[in-house]
Design a protein around this ligand. Sequence first.
Ligand code: URA
Length: 290
Amino acid sequence: MSTATSLLKQHLQQRQMLGKTHVSLRPGTMEKLSGLGRPPAARAVPEPEPLRPVVGAPARILRDAPQPETKKAELLEVAGETLEEKLAALRVMAETWEPALSMGSLRKTMVFAVGSPLASLMFVGEAPGAEEEKLGEPFVGPAGQKLTAIIKAMGLDRRKVYISNICKFRPAMDNQGSGNRKPDAAEMKACLPFVLTEIDLVKPLVIVALGATAAEGLGIPGTVGGLRGRFHATSGIPTMVTYHPSYLLREEQTGDGIRAKRAVWEDMLMVMEKLGLPISEKQRGYFQAK
Ligand code: URA
């Protein structure tokens, strides 16, 4: 992909995330454009403004960096012409995914993902909980509200990012009630092809793994304390590991809520810088202990 094409795509993705344009690129367009020199579609949209100056923003466009491909064997083949059709086909495939359902340790309701297929930013959590299972959407319970607040603090809109889980089914427990548990390694492995295929289709510029379980599922083992604050890689895509929003909720109740929020926020500032998003002085100062 040429630098100009790459810049145009990043520009459109940034504006879309900020809710400032309805122009979106059809799946496959970038691939077509990259072989054509000056993209014809550029006539239909304004010339890209220079990227906003952001302290610490990458000098080069991320997509220009060589990125190891996810092994084809780890990806699922999906029918469909457009990105939306392919994601819809993947969702249907997940509903009856035998490797996960035959384990007997996961509940039967599949909860897929939410957000924009054109998102530059993708969040990956653990597994749906009671609320998510009821509403069929990831991160809609208390932890979800916390995540939505983080996204808003970044100047973004929940509908313009892509939110998914490593495990697509709520892990079952004895006397479940409203109780939730983390998915284990085997449960995550059974669902992993879905999240890897979602990453391959959406092609986010940055991934955020929420919590050590999600990070482990993506192949980044360790504690959040040891992993956060720098970028790792998933299928070659820069991946930030940060605390799960439930940890923030727990720390607000029983620990040092401000310290935990600041840690997550510093990780999100790094993500914003990586994406070349604007960051105000006010945003830089959020959650600093008085
Ligand atoms: N926690 C997660 O990790 N994912 C959800 O969808 C909800 C809570």
